[in-house]
Design a protein around this ligand. Structure first.
Ligand code: ASP
Ligand code: MG
Length: 443
């Protein structure tokens, strides 16, 4: 058994859905379970429609209707699929009318709203596969066993989901069916629809793969895999052949938005390999995410960066030999709801980074009672992911590159995960530093 997940751009229109069938056909003997995202930008369009209903009271699902009806027509699916999708479109229209009247959009309603994207895409794709004589069946996440808590828009699956998924999906696969499961969504114990957070269908796929003991989880995207750097910054960025789960998670978090950061978790437990492939370039080998690398080609796997970071320096001589100073500092951050990303400490100072989105006035005032506080906006985190067993070599070379560029490194942190070394530079120097590091390590 394998799991094959197709993201929004891989099912964006009739032509892309035909391509999905080309990818699936030769792998039917491996007993695939398909997991789909909503078509193209449907999730965004659904949220926009709700925004419009709230703001002006206007209800329009024209874009969404057109895309799905046109796709059904172009795939020559006939009446049977319309009988499945028209009631969903009708229900969606009523929901938006309700939103426009009540002028309220709670997390619960939002999740119900966006669920239509995946419910529509799976029905169309399953019908198309059936038209090719592939015994496919659209399965809604709740019928597949996805049971979550009620934390709408960012729900967590309950532990019993694993068993439920096996009980629901395995018999289908064993009877020769190809289930086409809605990614991203689930249901709570009260029967409310929930979602696993934006991009959550990656997680749906890895959860199924881990639960069912699949041979592998294939995640089909519109890029050649996890790249050595952001291709917008580095022209010569190329796919990495193999990375570990930890490296992939670091890369997902620090800027390379290829996979959902939490998507690796289920497979770490079972050691299920995750293969990232490009549905627009199926012959590219893709990236394999595994527990342990067969071989390392060099000390560095990839370089990422994140801009718009704020650096906070906290200096206090009172910290010398004191117990509990760090606790005071961090409880201030907790009190003001500010989440901290990187931290470095010395005997008398703490440097840490935050997303620029926070309002720091009150926090600064609070901290100033116990320490000198200096806040510098407009910074960037550059992260080198690789073999931290060779950190001295990586750091020596990275700092050499920065020195040659006359770039001052303002803070350094070696992640406890032992796969990343991060440092802070000025926002304006990000491109230059990432490009130079890439040339140094890969070109
Ligand atoms: N359709 C959802 C989104 O756009 C989930 C996903 O694509 O993974 O976020
Ligand atoms: Mg999407």
């Amino acid at each position: 058994m394998i799991v094959m997940k197709f993201g929004g751009s891989s099912v964006a229109d009739a032509e892309r859905i035909r391509q999905v069938s080309e990818i699936v056909k030769p792998q039917l003997t491996r007993k695939p379970i398909l997991v789909l995202s909503a078509m193209g930008d449907t999730t965004d369009h659904l949220l926009e429609a709700a925004g419009e209903a709230l703001k002006t009271g206007a209800v329009s699902i024209r874009k969404i209707e057109e895309l799905h009806r046109r796709t059904a027509r172009e795939l020559s699916l006939g009446q049977a699929v319309l009988d499945e999708i028209e009631p969903l479109l009708g229900e969606l229209q009523s929901l938006l009318t309700g939103i426009s009247l009540i002028k309220e959009l709670t997390g619960r309603t939002k999740d119900y709203l966006v669920s239509f994207g995946e419910r529509l895409s799976t029905r169309i794709a399953a019908a198309y596969l059936r038209s090719l004589k592939i015994e496919a069946r659209a399965v809604d996440a709740w019928d597949a066993g996805f049971l979550s808590d009620s934390n709408f828009t960012a729900a967590e699956l309950l532990p019993e989901s694993g068993n439920l998924i096996v009980q629901n999906l395995r018999p289908l696969v064993e009877s020769g069916l190809t289930p086409v499961v809605t990614g991203f969504i689930a249901r709570d114990a009260n029967g409310n629809i929930t979602t696993l957070g934006r991009g959550g269908s990656d997680l749906s796929a890895t959860v199924i793969a881990a639960a069912c003991g699949a041979e592998e989880a294939q995640v089909w995207k519109d890029v050649d895999g996890i790249l050595t750097a952001d291709p917008r910054l580095v022209k010569n960025a190329r796919p990495v052949e193999q990375v570990t789960y930890e490296e992939a998670a670091e890369l997902a978090y620090f800027g390379a938005q290829v996979l959902h950061p939490r998507a690796m978790q289920p497979c770490i437990k079972t050691g299920t390999p995750v293969l990232v492939k490009n549905s627009y370039n199926i012959n590219a080998p893709g990236t394999r995410i595994v527990a342990k690398l067969d071989k390392r080609s060099g000390p560095v796997q990839a370089i990422t960066s994140r801009k718009n970071v704020t650096l906070v320096d906290i200096v206090s001589t009172r910290m010398l030999g004191q117990a509990g100073f760090l606790e005071k500092v961090f409880s201030s951050f907790a009190q003001y709801g500010v989440s901290v990303d990187m931290v470095a400490t010395s005997e008398v100072s703490i440097s840490l980074t935050l997303d620029a989105a926070h309002d720091l006035e009150a926090l600064k005032k609070d901290l100033s009672r116990i320490a000198g506080v200096d806040i510098k906006a407009g910074k960037a985190i550059v992260t080198i992911v690789g073999d931290v067993g060779r950190s001295s070599e990586i750091l020596r070379r990275a700092f050499g590159v920065c020195a040659d560029l006359d770039v001052q490194v303002e803070m350094v942190s070696q992640g406890a995960s032992k796969v990343n070394i991060s440092f802070i530079v000025d926002d304006t120097q990000t491109e230059k530093v990432v490009a130079a590091l890439h040339r140094h390590y890969f070109e």
